[in-house]
Design a protein around this ligand. Structure first.
Ligand code: TYD
Ligand code: MG
Length: 450
């Protein structure tokens, strides 16, 4: 019997099916009548047509998940890799996309078949890297190829459960005249590969490079075609790497996984909450510790600000790791509700360690860091803050306040300034003293008290 999901052959005369091509049909003895038929796409004759069913009657089996071998990557994926799912992994060149996927496939190949398609490096280069990483990958296969038709034909032969295309910008469909990497090629090549993955229940990783503007090249067109979009973040100067889920049909968005790049490849960092904090003991003005909540996990990061008199007529506002539009708004707030003008100053704000903070709970930390730098007065080292600030200068509560405070207390912080509505009813968060502010002015005045 032909295998489900694979191509098979069917006789044009009698309709008999065969797994292999032959010159003569076994069933009706006609010559040259066998033709190739796509596996799962071709409905068998007489198959009942699909019909709508009541929602309550749809059976939902729990989704099967495969471990990638790295628990931090599993976490970002929402608990492991789902068969038949398509994951887009984006990031700057050299950040570790190929490394993590080679490691992942090697680990998965212990229990299932895996195919790594490389369009960037030669098979020898990939193999060399695998050897350097000391990977044992008994059932992992390599293919150096960029023609999508050939890739899919090979994949049908190898029938891998997990497939990596590194990268989507290097592969092409010969039917299209555009160059590899063009939007049309990226979109159509990805569409063909996604179809293959869905048809055969193969887990597919697509690697995508990022342009200078921080978008996946051939960018938005891919995001809606795939089940999950993961994005590498990190400072090129730092050994730490973050992978963030921007979209995930099988898990939470904004979930992050933390890794460290070593000689032996990427290693997971399972308890990263204090990783991005500064190590030196000085009390530097302009530095504030923020408890941010990334996905389901609180993370302590250092927000730094440098405010200096501007030499030019147009003062600069630079935000790294934060929304720069929002910085402009916060500086207006600082003037209006905090009493500090920055119109003649250059303002630089940075989140240390290359972390990107996307939530508005960082508002208070940014404003306090700016004030601290402007007045050249340090913020106590045992203080953490979080909170959104509204346009009227009011402190707005943020989600999961308790969890954030608990994490800060666990790491030894003694004081917190948070929105009043985030103050716990009972004092249960270790021995951290929580000050709840209603207005921005209250929060700023509180930390400036001697
Ligand atoms: P790579 O995975 O090739 O990046 P990408 O595929 O995203 O372009 O990562 C390459 C970088 O990682 C390179 O600068 C060297 C470094 N690296 C290590 O530090 N340790 C290792 O074990 C490996 C394999 C790479
Ligand atoms: Mg690469």
């Amino acid at each position: 019997m032909p295998v489900k999901g694979r191509n098979y052959y069917q006789c044009r005369e009698c309709g008999a099916r065969a797994a292999q091509w032959a010159g003569r049909c076994d069933a009706c003895a006609a010559w040259n009548t066998l033709v190739e038929v796509g596996g799962a796409t071709a409905a068998p004759p007489g198959a009942t047509a699909k019909r709508a069913v009541p929602l309550a009657e749809v059976r939902c089996e729990t989704v099967e998940r495969w471990s990638s071998g790295l628990s931090e990557l599993d976490r970002v994926l929402g608990g492991g890799l789902v068969p038949g799912s398509v994951v887009l992994l984006g990031g700057d060149p050299g950040i570790g996309k190929s490394t993590i996927l080679i490691q992942t496939l090697a680990s998965m190949s212990a229990s299932l078949s895996a195919l790594y398609v490389t369009g960037e490096e030669s098979a020898a280069q990939v193999a060399l890297r695998g050897r350097r990483l000391g990977l044992k990958a008994p059932r992992m296969k390599l293919l150096a190829e960029t023609n999508v038709d050939v890739i899919i034909a090979q994949a049908r032969l190898e029938n891998p459960r997990a497939l990596v295309i590194d990268s989507i910008q290097t592969v092409f469909l010969p039917q299209l005249s555009q160059a590899p990497g063009s939007v049309a090629q990226v979109r159509e090549a990805a569409a063909a590969l996604v179809r293959f993955a869905k048809e055969t229940d193969t887990a597919l990783f697509l690697v995508g490079h990022v342009t200078k503007e921080g978008q996946l090249a051939g960018p938005r067109v891919l995001e809606h075609m795939v089940d999950a979009v993961l994005y590498f973040e990190g400072d090129s100067g730092s050994r730490y790497r973050l992978i963030r889920a921007i979209k995930n049909r099988f898990g939470a968005v904004n979930e992050i996984g933390v890794f460290v790049m070593t000689e032996g490849g990427l290693r997971e960092v399972t308890n990263p909450s204090a990783l991005f904090l500064r190590q030196d003991a000085r009390n530097a003005p302009g530095s504030v510790i923020l408890v941010t909540q990334e996905g389901t996990r609180p993370l302590l990061v250092e927000v730094q600000a440098l405010i200096d008199e501007s030499p030019g007529a147009n003062p600069r506002r630079v935000a790294l790791g934060l929304d720069s539009q929002r910085l402009g708004m916060l500086l207006a707030l600082l003037h209006r509700h905090g009493g500090h003008a920055t119109s003649r100053h250059d303002v630089f704000v940075n989140v240390a360690g290359g972390v990107r903070v996307t939530e508005t709970a960082s508002d208070l930390a940014v404003l306090m860091a700016c004030t601290s730098s402007l007045l050249d007065r340090p913020v106590p080292r045992d203080l953490v803050v979080f909170g959104e600030v509204g346009l009227a200068g009011e402190m707005r509560p943020v989600p999961r306040g308790q969890e954030r405070l608990r994490e800060a207390a666990k790491l030894g912080f003694k004081r917190a300034i948070v929105p009043a509505a985030n103050v716990p009813k009972r004092r249960a968060e270790g021995d951290i003293v929580v000050f709840g502010a209603r207005q921005l002015g209250e929060a700023l005045a509180h930390f400036l008290l001697p």
